[in-house]
Design a protein around this ligand. Structure first.
Ligand code: GLN
Length: 476
């Protein structure tokens, strides 16, 4: 049995049957990385202590047997913006090329406690800004389904790692679609949790009112397993929500915002209809809903996000962290360090953000975008008073060619279906839907389900129904 073909849930079960050791599983994944990384450019670093951690996991498995923590010896790949004490975290930027984390992100503390081992850090768009991983300072990551295409972004490396079986599961982060969109383009399950469900402590910040860490996997159960491990209130992040038991939605009604869905490519819409038919056959009721503010989500996002980016990245001034370029005075040093350290897209957003926050423009842009966020939340509240889920395609199309979306606005449109969930804090999951063909290659496209805040467990139910998945957790 090749362990790289298995899900994390299956590996955990096999450990308990003594089919193989954590060392064998880790080595098998590392072999895939050695084989595939030169062509795919997924991992920026494979951690040098991964095998030592695997040996420790084997000790735990032999000492504790079935009572060992659930994730013992499960290799997890990490997006390069999640801090692991003593390891580099560069957010795929020249600015933080040699930045070594001085503490563990809360998600890391929780995964460690549950026995997980970290196999390496994955490529991403610089500071999580982008939808293709082309904005990395360390080269583009290729889509394992077609290496002339992007894996999506910004968590493109974490998605490609799982799609190419270099890791069974990984963590990414979302500000607007950066888990769901690469999950869609790589044929994976990806979850954007409810805002505040997962601590942001130790996540290199992009847009603090939008950011959430979330998992990628090849099964719903694996996504659920990781989510249940990393979630929960955290004194290090004041926006985390108080702990509560799983909340379920009331019924099996799915709302489809028909006018909004028309933004997807023709064949993606046809595939989406087929996916809805699958759900009907599973006892779900599909109804049309109005979501009039949906198309404005992206416009609001591209004001709020750069405003927060310009603020969060102000700390990267060449003095406190990362790259330092000498100059004749302090201002020159700031300018030289930031000019050399940041890439083009990052600079574009810092400039945009400074502009929308400047006096005279604040009311016209930032304040109106904030109000629009409220309008979108109202529309969703109204929709959820009738339906339990809202379904759309995850992305307007499948993976696009490297270099195809060189115009920034065409790239921004990738996130059209993602924006409402991030702007309003609701959870959303992407699952593989019906593939479409481009240039003779069959490419995955996701179906997205959104639901009211804190009803992730219902998203797992519908995702499992849709995928016909029966492989369940070891224990709940
Ligand atoms: N693709 C979006 C952007 O470029 C979202 C990024 C993200 O979710 N981190 O901003």
């Amino acid at each position: 049995m090749d362990p790289t073909t298995l899900t994390a849930t299956q590996i955990a079960k096999e450990y308990r049957r003594r089919t193989f050791s954590a060392r064998e599983v880790t080595e098998a994944h590392m072999k895939k990385i050695t084989e595939l990384n030169p062509s795919l450019n997924v991992f920026l670093e494979v951690f040098d202590d991964a095998l030592a951690e695997a040996d420790r996991a084997d000790q735990t498995l032999s000492n504790e047997g079935d009572t060992a923590p659930l994730l013992t010896g499960i290799p997890v790949a990490l997006k390069d913006n999640i801090l692991v004490k003593g390891k580099r975290a560069s957010a795929a930027s020249k600015m933080l090329e040699n930045h070594v984390a001085t503490y563990d992100a809360t998600v890391i503390t929780r995964l460690k406690k549950e026995g997980a081992l970290f196999i390496g850090r994955t490529n991403m768009d610089e500071f999580a800004m982008g939808s293709s991983t082309e904005h990395s300072a360390y080269g583009v990551t290729k889509n394992p389904h077609d290496i002339s295409r992007v894996p999506g972004g910004s968590s493109g490396g974490s998605a490609a790692a799982v799609a190419a079986h270099m890791a069974p599961v990984s963590l990414g982060s979302e500000t607007c679609g950066s888990i769901r969109q690469p999950a869609s383009l790589c044929g994976l399950v990806g979850l954007k949790p409810t805002y505040g469900e997962v601590s942001r402590s130790g996540l290199i910040a992009m847009g603090s009112s939008l950011d959430q860490i979330g998992p990628f996997a090849r099964s719903v159960s694996d996504v659920e397993l990781l989510f249940n491990t990393i979630r929960g209130i955290d004194s290090l992040d004041g926006t985390t929500l108080p702990n509560q038991g799983p909340t379920k939605v009331r019924n099996k009604r799915i709302g489809v915002p028909r006018a909004f869905v028309k933004d997807a490519a023709g064949d993606v819409q046809i595939g989406f209809e087929k996916s809805l038919q699958v759900l009907r056959e599973k006892g779900y009721e599909i109804v049309d809903i109005e979501f009039p503010s949906a198309p404005y989500g992206l416009a609001a996002y591209y004001i709020v996000m750069p405003a927060e980016v310009s603020t969060n990245l102000a700390r990267l001034d060449g003095m406190r962290y990362g790259l330092h370029v000498p100059g004749k005075d302090l201002l020159e040093e700031y300018k030289a360090s930031r000019s050399a350290g940041f890439g083009v897209e990052t600079k574009r957003r810092i400039i945009l953000g400074s502009y929308v926050l400047s006096s005279g423009f604040y009311d016209a842009y930032y304040k109106r975008a904030t109000r629009l966020r409220g309008v979108i939340a109202e529309d969703l509240k109204k929709a959820f008073s009738d339906v339990s889920f809202i379904a759309t395609p995850t992305t307007p199309g499948p993976a696009f060619k490297i270099g195809e979306k060189s115009d920034p606005v065409s790239m921004y449109l990738e996130d059209i279906f993602a924006a409402p969930a991030n702007l309003t804090g609701i959870p959303a999951i992407s699952v593989p839907g019906v593939s479409v063909v481009r240039d003779g290659v069959s490419l995955p496209v996701g179906v997205q389900f959104m639901s009211p805040k804190r009803t992730e467990s219902s998203l797992f139910d519908i995702a499992r129904d849709f995928m016909n998945e029966t492989d369940t957790l070891l224990q709940s």
